[in-house]
Design a protein around this ligand. Structure first.
Ligand SMILES: [Zn+2]
Length: 270
């Protein structure tokens, strides 16, 4: 069965929302969740707003700090704030719930200063180096501000979904771990692994039901399946040959459900 087509990066709002809903200041792993939410939130916004940005196409994806610089480069910055236009695609008044004279926000406030500071704090905690500090309510509020962009708007859904599975929170941590590992690989080693992925002893052969998939961390088609594709979206458990990201059965199931929800929503809103 041919997999149902999903555009590159379709899962970023889901990853941003899930990681945000799972994070809790002072709890272990908060820094990974913060980094995962910020990276996927900024990838979605940069892809939606900057022509020709690398986040629009498969391949190595920029880090959160590079994405902040790219947004500032495209839209400017004043007093540690970058205002990113929400674009004409915004829903003017979803379901009419805001009353007749409601005007949607025309831009999203990206607090580049606070978010860059939060990244430094989170990196120091994750790598055990650099300036000591803790993530604060202000950092979390700046992360939540990104949800105003139409490319995201996913925190509400993520909060309602919290009882789905613990696998989603664990997956958000795993995304952060693999992103850290990817930083250790030089460019030529990444290219070598991309070429070698189909030769892995674990790679599927032509007759297998599940194919190699795009990896949400490194952006290459190098996620080798280790489980079944229950719903036909081409989404399975698996391990990435480049960055070592491992998607669990639980995480694959949640992602399949999210893809199904997205397809039904789009069908009903055409
Ligand atoms: Zn990968």
């Amino acid at each position: 069965m041919a997999a149902i087509d999903l555009p590159f990066g379709w899962d970023r709002p889901y990853r941003y929302g899930q990681a945000f809903a799972a994070l809790s200041l002072g709890e272990p792993g908060t820094e990974e969740l913060f980094n995962t939410a910020l990276t996927h939130g900024l990838l979605a916004i940069a892809a939606a707003t900057i022509d020709g940005h690398p986040a629009r196409v498969p391949g190595r994806q920029p880090s959160a700090s590079v994405l902040l610089r790219d947004l500032v480069g495209a839209f400017g910055e004043a007093d540690g704030v970058c205002l990113v236009p929400n674009g004409a695609a915004d829903v003017p008044n979803p379901f009419g719930v805001f009353g007749d004279d409601y005007k949607p926000p025309v831009e999203t406030v990206v607090r580049t200063g606070l978010l860059a500071e939060a990244l430094k704090v989170a990196d120091a905690a994750r790598h055990g180096s650099g300036p000591k500090g803790e993530l604060t309510e202000q950092h979390v509020a700046a992360l939540e501000d990104l949800d105003a962009h139409p490319a995201l708007r996913s925190i509400g859904d993520a909060r309602r979904d919290r009882d789905w599975s613990d696998g989603t929170a664990a997956d958000s941590q795993e995304l952060g771990r693999a992103a850290d590992y990817l930083e250790f690989l030089p460019e030529d080693e990444i290219e070598r692994r991309v070429e070698q992925a189909p030769s892995s002893p674990a790679a599927p052969d032509y007759f297998d039901a599940a194919a190699i998939q795009a990896c949400p961390v490194c952006g290459y088609e190098t996620l080798i399946p280790t489980g079944g594709d229950e719903m036909g979206y081409g989404i399975t458990a698996g391990t990435c040959f480049v960055c070592s990201y491992t998607r669990s059965e639980d995480a694959a199931h949640d992602l399949q459900s999210s893809a199904e929800f997205r397809r039904l929503w789009e069908r009903d809103h055409d």
